[in-house]
Design a protein around this ligand. Sequence first.
Ligand SMILES: *Cc1c(COP(=O)(O)O)cnc(C)c1O
Length: 427
Amino acid sequence: MKLKNTLALYGGQKIVEEKFQRFNSYDHKEVQAATAVIKSGKLSEFLGSWGEQFLGGPRVRDFERACAEFFQVRNAVVLNSWTSGLVAAVGAIAVEPGDEVIVSPWTMSASAMAILHWNAIPVFVDIDPLTFCLDPSKVEDAITDRTVAIMSIDIHGKSAEVDKLMLIAKKHGLTVISDSAQSPGGKTGGRYTGTVSHIGGFSLNYHKHIHTGEGGIIVTNDDVLAERVCLIRNHAESVVGAKGETNLTNLIGHNFRMTEIEAAMGIEQLKKLPSIVEKRTRIAKKLISGLQGLKGLYIPEPPAEADHVFYLLPFVLDLDLVGTSRDKICTALTAEGVTGIQQGYTNIHRLPIFTEKIAYGSKGFPWTADFTDSQVKYGKGVCPEAEKLHDHTFFSFLLCLYELDERNIEQIILAFEKVWDHLEFLS
Ligand SMILES: *Cc1c(COP(=O)(O)O)cnc(C)c1O
């Protein structure tokens, strides 16, 4: 007989006995849509030459129209991943080698790699520990005469302070790119994340709110940027003559094209986005209100006006108040059966590619190239808030993984309460 009142970590009975059901937004609608494409035999209708098919097949074009309508933007362009989308977006704004682009260290590495891809220099600026997004006051301090753009990340499902970033950008003549991979359907000031900056977009990777296995969506109200990302998506260099394109900057060949199968499934997925966001937000709000008042546990405010769509639910510990380590608390929660607990997040500025400055070849390019005299610094100490959170105080519950019912939510709250009741045994 296992003791209910002993932590599962120490042999007691765990609170959550059943596995959480895996999140799955696919049903017969996507199956039918994909099957129709396969039966047609036309799995991709892109051609890498100038003409009607340069912009893709009918489903790709339909999906783009649906995205533009849904996100209320002039242009949407779909691609084979959002990593590709970020590369295309940075290329489209016509960065020059050696230009500096300000970016958050609290993101997936792909955000910074898109900058490096064009031999531009990522400059990491610390996050606000309450939003986990770029701290606008620190952004302004990091601007040099080499800065050309800010890449803002709407991380964990929460919108960054993009209005403030746009004001800073206007003052200094910069472009703002939004990586809204984790926040599709979220809003800020009544507008969808990704659409407030000059160019932004979403991931359609398997783990995101909506997905096509792999895929990405670029959104922009700038017609020139939209045209340029379409060129970069599809072997730009070979069509500029036929198209009569005169701005050749960064029109280097890629194949970032989405197939008709993914586009067909994407159309069905997009229709489900509002209900997925609604459900995710409802679950997060219940967890947030249930976990209020646990000593030393910071939880985000319940979101105002859908500005958080909860890719994951972030937590920050006050280590003095809890009197133990993050590792012990997370291990105890996991032992109680709460799967999906993740310690820390990312510190991109501490990856070896930056601290060793080895990216293209082995001799420090692009940092050592003649075209740059950038004084950029990487590694520990550059973004102290992000470092403290990653190393010691931040953990999260990966909401994106599960389809939680009322009982699951109740049990997660009970598991937290049990661990908090036993903090003294974890010190
Ligand atoms: C998922 C993700 C990406 C990359 O998107 P893919 O479609 O997987 O290439 C980029 N940035 C962030 C913040 C992400 O979460």
